[in-house]
Design a protein around this ligand. Sequence first.
Ligand code: PAF
Length: 310
Amino acid sequence: MSVTDERGGSESVGAGPGFTAGEVTVHRLPAELSKVTRTLRRTGRKVVLVPTMGALHEGHLELIRAARRVPNSVTVVSIFVNPLQFGPGEDFDSYPRTFEEDLRACEREGAELVFAPTRRDLYGDEPRTTIDAGEPGRELEGASRPGHFSGVLTVVAKLFNIVGPDLALFGEKDYQQLVLLRRMVRELDFPTEVQGIPIVREHDGLALSSRNRYLDERERAAALTLSAALAAGTHAGSRGADAVLAAAREVLDSEPMVELDYLWLCDPELGPAPEEGEARLLVAAKVGGTRLLDNALVELGPASRVEPAR
Ligand code: PAF
């Protein structure tokens, strides 16, 4: 593992410096990382970016594995706890920071490059130019966390400009984030494909999240209500949207420790739910002091049509 830095050259924290397959090289400075990925692209390699805020768990590792499966590619994992996407009173200061463990995980999974800028490296003085996700960024998560999606879109736009990825992978757990990022790429003409990777769950259904480590034993048990509610909702899909919401709501109401923020059924682009076909059921709730998100695909309407007998 090696850490390179334009200020101090290359500081080796393991094997020698430089780019070697099977070994991760950490860049802290945007200009340096840009230079490396530019060179790699010129040699015909595809650059695949996995943006993270660190505290890597199995869900992130699945993203890295998916990146590694892209033929003739190089995997860049960014690790940056982005202050812009945390509101006042949120958990920016206490957000888990496990940099050394994260680097070992990246190395184990075969990611070649890690981009880990400091706040100053990335933003310099406080940024004044930000990206506004528009009305869809002020709904659902955006309603409870004003400015959150502007922070997310701004940092991801910067990462795209610095890394120049052909492909960027994001977990479907943050479903609204994924939809808004796809929209940003489309509407602002980024030459990057954004791909969502299915949610990774614990054996009992809990969606993996870096914030799960805030949960004590009782809260963790209560948190299972979210995935159970989604399962109940999904199961009711053939009976239509109202039945889906009622089934999910009943499960959520059964657990007093769950403080529901929203339960929302929509089409895959966050528009109104269709009468029939593919929809998304989204839930956000606080359990103890921890805000958790989950979502699931729901098939609305008759699961299979019976052709009339002739
Ligand atoms: O999903 C996350 O971890 C963050 O929102 C992201 C996309 C890395 C931006 O900071």
